[in-house]
Design a protein around this ligand. Structure first.
Ligand code: CA
Ligand code: CA
Ligand code: CA
Length: 435
């Protein structure tokens, strides 16, 4: 890892400051920073990765994963106070990229048809805040800090950057990190030079830090403000003219947040990303769209694949990124079923109460009987409290039971999550019991 860090720092001095090139992502350096503060963190990240990788889906169908997002816009100048339209567009990009609905999948070389995958993960701006109140899922903070980037970053010190995640230090505190993906959008330039587009925390046992410990990284994603969305009114220019921004910096950083590593493994052909179906590449990470590179010899399903500049976890230009592999998808699902379980299970923040495409229930609020109507036969109804306790559970065995009634008269007043399972879907809605 020391070697990797050295390479990265060399890149930083050699390219970013010269404004010939730039550091796309400093997630590996962020991990090293945390390791220095709390030795053992890196091992924990590795353990988590291996746990997630060994996850085997137990369900016969793909659950719908919905991740509630809060975007913290922290700005000093008005230009960095991005309009809602940019934030909404970034969410659209995430949804396209994580559902393989992006139009540019057609640009993926057919070599990768054998490995391509769709994560089928949805992102929604949070509709309910951590106190149960309606929200837009966007916070706005004007700060006196002109930039959270500083010279300290060059020596691997993230403490100035991390101030964006603290209200007391000129940023904005995170919302409950077990229930929300927190994304901060701010200026991280150093001496006015944009040298870093983003970084993220990989899944770890973050909620379980020993009492009194002072972890150096708050969980979430940070993005340089000009690199957010695909309709950003600001120009991203690191010295070579305007960069075509497509919102893929956020796609890349959310990939780290869900456990993925850089596709080339942050090193030469001896270093790889731990994912079996992503072709390895050497330590000269691709910063272009060179389709002629095949820097490391692989045997993936019997084939030596070329370097996959189409992969979101490469450093290639946003215009040629369009794909994840199935191995990457499996790893992210493993993370969502383990270390980030609470983010996508029984999470009231992710429930779209207005969505009637999967099922309806009435009345709501209820005091006795609730009528549930689904598109398909209902197999099971479960009601869960906000603390995660199952307070009602009933299975149905009728062949055709797309309408069911459940009796909730024994439940105490309060807010609950009602989950239904049908033949092919697991879906949730918020219900209120009020007597
Ligand atoms: Ca490599
Ligand atoms: Ca690989
Ligand atoms: Ca190869």
């Amino acid at each position: 890892m020391k070697k990797v860090l050295l390479v990265a720092l060399t890149c930083y001095f050699g390219t970013s400051v010269m404004a010939q090139n730039y550091e796309r992502c400093r997630t590996p350096q962020a991990i090293q920073y945390q390791e220095n503060l709390t030795p053992g963190y890196m091992q924990d990240v590795n353990n988590v990765f291996n746990e997630a990788k060994s996850y085997i889906p137990k369900k016969s169908f793909q659950p719908i994963y919905t991740i509630p997002v809060v975007v913290h816009v922290v700005y000093n100048i008005a230009a960095a106070n991005l309009p809602d339209s940019v934030i909404i567009d970034q969410i659209r990009v995430l949804n396209e990229d994580y559902n393989r609905m992006n139009a540019d999948t057609v640009n993926m070389r057919s070599d990768f048809d054998i490995v391509k995958g769709s994560p089928q993960i949805q992102f929604v701006l949070a509709q309910i805040d951590e106190f149960g109140n309606p929200t837009t899922g966007i916070t706005r903070t004007q700060t006196s800090t002109t930039s959270f980037g500083s010279i300290a970053l060059i020596s691997g010190d993230f403490s100035d950057l991390e101030k964006v995640k603290s209200t007391a230090n000129g940023g904005h505190d995170p919302w409950d990190q077990t229930r929300y993906l927190n994304i901060w959008v701010c200026d991280m330039s150093v001496f006015g030079i944009t040298a870093l587009l983003g970084y993220a925390t990989p899944p770890s046992n973050l909620p379980n830090w020993p009492p009194g410990s002072n972890p150096g990284l708050e969980d979430g994603v940070v993005i340089q403000y000009q690199a957010f969305g695909s309709n950003n009114p600001n120009t991203l220019d690191v010295g070579n003219g305007a960069i075509d921004v497509r919102g893929r910096t956020c796609t890349h950083e959310v990939g780290h947040y869900l456990g993925l590593r850089h596709i080339w493994g942050d090193g030469d052909c001896n270093e790889q990303d731990g994912i079996d179906d992503t072709p390895n590449a050497d330590d000269q990470s691709n910063q272009d769209c060179d389709f002629n590179k095949n820097t490391c010899t692989d045997n993936i399903l019997g084939v030596d694949l070329p370097d996959m500049v189409e992969n979101y976890m490469d450093y290639s230009e946003e215009t040629c990124q369009n794909s994840f592999t199935q191995g990457q998808v499996d790893l992210m699902h493993g993370v969502l079923e383990n270390q980030r379980y609470d983010l996508v299970h029984n999470n009231i923040a992710s429930i779209d109460e207005l969505d009637e495409t999967l099922f309806t229930l009435s009345p709501n609020p209820a005091n006795a009987l609730i009528k549930i109507s689904a598109k398909n036969s209902i197999k099971q109804v479960e009601i869960v409290s906000l603390t995660g306790a199952t307070v009602f559970n009933k299975e149905f065995f009728e062949a055709n039971s797309s309408n069911q009634t459940v009796d909730v008269s024994k439940l105490e007043n309060g807010i609950y999550i009602l989950n239904i399972q049908t033949d092919n879907v697991l879906a949730s809605k918020r219900i209120v019991i009020q007597k």
